[in-house]
Ligand binder design. Structure first.
Ligand code: ATP
Length: 276
């Protein structure tokens, strides 16, 4: 499936759909944590998923990566139905994930940690090849100087770099990021933003969950807003932050985020393409 490229400065060419959710739902007993969620991630795109606490963002990420099976709906990765596929099968099919809480193998070196990611991500990859791939990725993500240090010695920002590098070592076409900016100081968050941009430049699409609105504004080509398990709006940052229901959802739940929305001057923005 193709459509015009997202609003990211690459208009004029058609963009391939790399990940497509159709009517994804996940219920826990009577609780509809995710309800009939549909969206696409396009090649070369950075897509943010935002929403107030409890909106269903993490559950959605768990549905995408295969931690949970959906109660209903369908997930397509690079044209292939992966709705029932295991986490491992999704990883091998091109889906990578980096977690908010980083859990490297602390006693292993940084280079060994990434090598494990490479071996896991590509069945049949030989050790020398995995070590070489790990090294090239560490150079790219700015961790080469730490390559021989035990992972437990890293700073929080370096930990996050390692988490992203390990995920990249599985050679994904789409990378899922779960609040990777959490806990970072503003200057560190800027470095992490640059890292995510470089991931995209390397040809990997990115879907990220984030609470820090300036990061969403700076990084996302498009934004999917969730509330109470459903998609409230999707569009560019300006479009979704101009959407009255989005503003209401945030102001009703989180004053800080509401203020962040206000700071965009969103009331002036056109809301024409936002779908509620
Ligand atoms: N394993 C589970 N069992 C039961 N309920 C769950 C489970 N996981 C999530 N929920 C519920 O589903 C709803 C959505 O939770 P989820 O963690 O996906 O939201 P979120 O948008 O990621 O929130 P936050 O921003 O606070 O992390 C919440 O009401 C939560 O309590």
């Amino acid at each position: 499936m193709t459509r015009p490229a997202p609003a990211s400065g690459r208009e004029g060419s058609a963009a391939e759909t790399v990940l497509r959710a159709d009517g994804l739902s996940r219920h826990f007993g009577g609780l509809r944590a995710v309800q009939d969620v549909s969206f696409s991630v396009y090649a070369g795109e950075i897509l943010a998923v935002i929403g107030p606490n409890g909106a269903g963002k993490t559950t959605l990420l768990n549905l995408l990566s295969g931690v949970y099976r959906p109660s209903a709906g369908r997930l397509t990765l690079l044209g292939r139905d992966v709705t029932r596929a295991s986490m491992e099968a999704r990883c091998h099919a091109g889906l990578g994930r980096a977690f908010q809480i980083v859990r490297p193998f602390g006693e292993m070196t940084v280079h060994e940690n990434v090598t494990v990611g490479a071996l896991f991500g590509t069945p049949g990859m030989r050790l020398p090849q995995a070590r070489e791939l790990a090294w090239s990725l560490l150079v790219r993500t700015g961790l080469a100087a730490q390559a021989d240090r035990p992972a437990h010695e890293l700073t929080l920002l370096q930990d996050k770099r390692l988490e992203v590098t390990r995920a990249l070592a599985t050679q994904p076409k789409v990378l899922l990021l779960d609040e990777v900016m959490a806990g970072l100081r503003p200057a560190e968050a800027q470095e992490a933003v640059a890292l995510v941009r470089s991931v995209r430049e390397s040809g990997v699409s990115v879907l990220f969950i984030e609470h820090i609105m300036p990061v969403v504004r700076d990084l996302a080509d498009r934004v999917v807003v969730m509330d109470q398990g459903q998609v409230l709006a999707q569009g560019t940052y300006r479009e979704v932050t101009a959407h009255p229901q989005v503003v209401a959802a945030y102001l009703g739940s989180d004053a800080e985020l509401g203020a962040a929305l206000g700071e965009t001057g969103a009331g002036d923005a056109p809301a024409g393409t936002v779908r509620a």
